[in-house]
Design a protein around this ligand. Structure first.
Ligand SMILES: Cc1cc2nc3c(=O)[nH]c(=O)nc-3n(C[C@H](O)[C@H](O)[C@H](O)COP(=O)(O)O)c2cc1C
Length: 199
């Protein structure tokens, strides 16, 4: 017996609606998980550049937004102890061999580096990836330094007359990272009052 065409249309419509609902539900569920993972990644990066001993607050909760020179909003995660800002952390960008390098920079209230970690990079394994602390201690050597230590004109790799080691056969990556950190410290110097102000 031949079924009327409208039955096929109804069955097809029901399937489409059913699968549409399943897709939409999965999307809502995974979007939450993805957002939760992003928060965890951020908290993990922050914990690596801001020692737990200098704060008794949530850096994420006490974050503020400050515009950089290019007009871009930068989130400033603030470490606070006894109601005073003891340090800040924010993301900075550099350019390496493989494109953009994102770093998290932690700075204490006096402008000294608490820590730096690359959060995203596309450098070549065995060459530029020595910015990763799992591969070399190079990035950890910035801790304790500031714009005056070394002097501003020495914030370059040795090949360019500065104080920082390049990697053998790979100068572009460390050059980009040193420039980014130096710019990050200049950003701190320019906005220090805003970073440290407690309203
Ligand atoms: C396939 C390939 C991958 C490379 N990857 C990197 C890299 O990740 N980082 C880097 O600094 N240089 C890398 N280099 C080397 C750079 O091209 C450059 O020669 C090196 O950084 C030295 O730079 P300099 O001439 O300014 O001293 C790579 C070269 C090749 C051929």
């Amino acid at each position: 017996m031949k079924r009327p065409t409208w039955i096929h249309a109804v069955v097809l419509g029901a399937f489409c609606t059913g699968f549409g609902i399943i897709l939409a539900t999965t999307n809502v569920f995974t979007a939450d998980q993805i957002a939760q993972r992003a928060v965890e990644d951020m908290q993990n990066s922050l914990a690596q550049v801001v020692p737990a001993a200098i704060h008794d607050n949530s850096l994420v909760k006490d974050a503020i937004t400050v515009k950089n020179d290019a007009g871009k909003d930068i989130t400033i995660y603030r470490a606070m102890k006894d109601g005073k800002v003891t340090g800040v952390a924010y993301e900075i960008d550099g350019t390496g061999y493989g494109g953009q390098i994102r770093l998290m920079l932690g700075v204490d209230a006096a402008g000294n580096i608490l820590g730096v970690r690359a959060t995203e990079y596309h450098e070549t394994p065995g060459l530029g990836d020595k910015i990763d602390p799992a591969k070399s201690d190079w990035i950890t050597r910035f801790t304790g330094l500031s714009l005056g230590r070394p002097p501003v004109d020495k914030w370059k790799v040795k090949k360019d007359g500065g104080d920082f080691d390049q990697f053998s056969g790979a100068t572009i990556t460390p050059r980009g990272v040193v420039a980014a950190i130096r710019a990050g410290l200049e950003f701190f110097a320019a906005h220090k009052a805003q970073f440290l102000e407690v309203r």
